[in-house]
Design a protein around this ligand. Structure first.
Ligand code: ADP
Ligand code: GLC
Length: 482
């Protein structure tokens, strides 16, 4: 049985800021079902929530300080989770990356270097856990130093590194290294050095045996200057070791038939029950309760990646149309204020909930008619998948995983019953507006609308296929590592 150490900075339901948590909470379960012994390592943040027991396992001495490893389970599973317990770094309120005021932790380089060092010790079976993984699977910049640190060992487990987002690279000034004390031998242009600075993401890409990202289209895009954030050259160079594997979803947590957050559960066979959720959502958001008016929705981190600026540019025009708009998100303060101002000026048409709410996110997916995702780039994106499974029609920009998971509505795709949404090309509010209008035209044709809903709902989004891709990849990298 393959042993895998899954290194991640967030995992649902323990702690979540975005899609990485969804993936870290669901892919390991799918890999366990395929017959692997997979264990997760994550920092023991103050904000971690669980009702599972937590045990003390061991103490490691890392660069002169004692770090404890605690053990728990991923809720509703048998998967072991090791928590890196170092309260001086992780014992504060706030989220994994920012404090309660939304500012990045000033010592993020130190926090995640420590995390990577502990993961490396576990990977080398030096953490008194009596467990030797065959593969170390890291995710995003926070685990990027692990392949570099492992490269210093005479033998080490095979390494896979998954990029969930090129926009976050973990770049720190060279002077940080005085504190981090990373070996000089890693400071090369093919190593962790990036234009005179330290790059965690580059480290993962440069040293991992294999790199994956979360959709085939994004795997191509990041090899170009527009999406590569300066690492497109390195990514093209490593092209033979770079694979795009589309994310699956947790089909138990995101199941409209059993979802306890909904007003009324439903399925593609009982689609008429869905309406109750729309009415409940309108009531919850204090919008006029009206079954006829199309309700648009958006759930997102409010950052430029998600095309929020594009949306703001056409919001007046959009709100002049016969529709309602519900938005749940948090992020950039400026975006938050502008969105609140629009909602205040149009209380009959738009409602905004700032903050994070798992329950409301589920109700929005079940209640809206149209789900907007005008992302500038989107490595995979999960909400457009949840939307399809919940009978909401996604309107998405043709990029990354959005391009790979939503089929645009055309004469052909209607005829062969593959259409599931509306896909638009350009990053400007004019094309977004056109797409919104296309959605309205389609909404006025209930038979076609229902066809799209059912096609989307009946598609398979489980991890089964993608987890098998990871398995095949693990087998290949382990063979090559012998
Ligand atoms: P990203 O990881 O870039 O934020 P994804 O689409 O992959 O984008 O995943 C976002 C995840 O976070 C989804 O599960 C989405 O429902 C959730 N999410 C984002 N913002 C909120 C919020 N304000 N409240 C609840 N869930 C949210
Ligand atoms: C990132 C990406 C998102 C992806 C998620 C999980 O946060 O922005 O597109 O779905 O990771 O892989």
């Amino acid at each position: 049985m393959k042993k895998i150490l899954f290194v991640t900075s967030e995992a649902h339901p323990l702690i979540k800021t975005g899609g990485l948590a969804d993936v870290s909470g669901s892919l390991p379960k799918a890999l366990a079902e395929l017959g692997t012994d997979i264990r997760i390592i994550i920092p023991n943040y103050r904000a971690i929530k669980t009702s599972e027991d937590i045990y003390y396992k061991s103490t490691l001495r890392i660069n002169g300080t004692d770090v404890n490893i605690l053990e728990t389970r991923l809720p509703d599973s048998d998967i072991i989770v090791w928590l890196v317990d170092y309260p001086k770094f992780f014992g504060f309120p706030g989220n994994p990356y920012v404090n309660e005021q939304g500012q990045e932790w000033g010592n993020n380089a130190e926090r995640f270097t420590l995390f990577c060092r502990v993961a490396t010790e576990i990977a080398m079976n030096r953490a008194y856990l009596n467990w030797q993984p065959d593969i170390v699977h890291g995710n995003d910049w926070q685990s990027g130093l692990v392949p570099a640190l492992l490269s210093l060992e005479a033998w080490h487990p095979a390494t896979v590194f998954t990029i969930h987002n090129m926009a976050y690279q973990g770049i720190f000034p060279k002077s940080t290294n005085t504190v981090l004390d990373l070996p000089e031998s890693l400071w090369t242009v093919d190593g962790i050095e990036y234009h005179g600075q330290l790059s965690f993401l580059k480290s993962g890409i440069a040293y991992a045996d294999h790199i994956t990202t979360v959709s085939p289209t994004y795997a191509q895009e990041i090899q170009t200057a527009a999406f590569g954030y300066g690492l497109e050259g390195l990514l093209s160079y490593r092209n033979a070791d770079l694979t795009g594997i589309i994310n699956g979803i947790d089909t138990e947590q995101w199941n409209p038939e059993t979802d306890t957050y909904l007003d009324t559960p439903f399925s593609s066979a009982t689609l008429s029950k869905r309406l109750a959720n729309k009415l409940a959502l309108q009531a919850h958001m204090a919008l006029p309760v009206d079954k006829k008016i199309p309700v648009f929705g958006l759930i997102s981190r409010l950052v430029e990646q998600k095309g929020i600026d594009m949306l703001l540019n056409c919001l007046s025009e959009m709100l002049a149309l016969p529709l309602q708009f519900v938005l749940l998100g948090s992020g950039d303060k400026d975006f938050e204020e502008q969105l609140l101002a629009f909602a205040a000026a149009h209380p009959e048409k738009m409602a905004v909930k700032l903050g994070y709410s798992e329950g409301l996110a589920h109700l929005i997916e079940a209640g809206v008619d149209v789900f907007l995702m005008p992302s500038r780039f989107e490595p995979c994106g999960l909400n457009q998948i949840y939307s399809q499974r919940y009978g909401a029609i996604p309107v998405v920009r043709k990029t990354g995983g959005l391009a790979d998971t939503v089929t645009d509505t055309t004469l052909n795709s209607l005829q062969d019953h593959t259409a599931t949404g509306i896909v638009f090309n350009d990053t400007n509010s004019g094309t977004l507006m056109e797409a919104i209008k296309r959605a309205l035209v389609l909404y006025s044709q209930p038979k076609l609308w229902k066809q799209l809903q059912i096609t989307g709902m009946d598609k398979s989004y489980s991890w089964q296929l993608s987890a098998q891709h990871y398995m095949d990849l693990y087998n290949r990298v382990v063979d090559a590592n012998q």
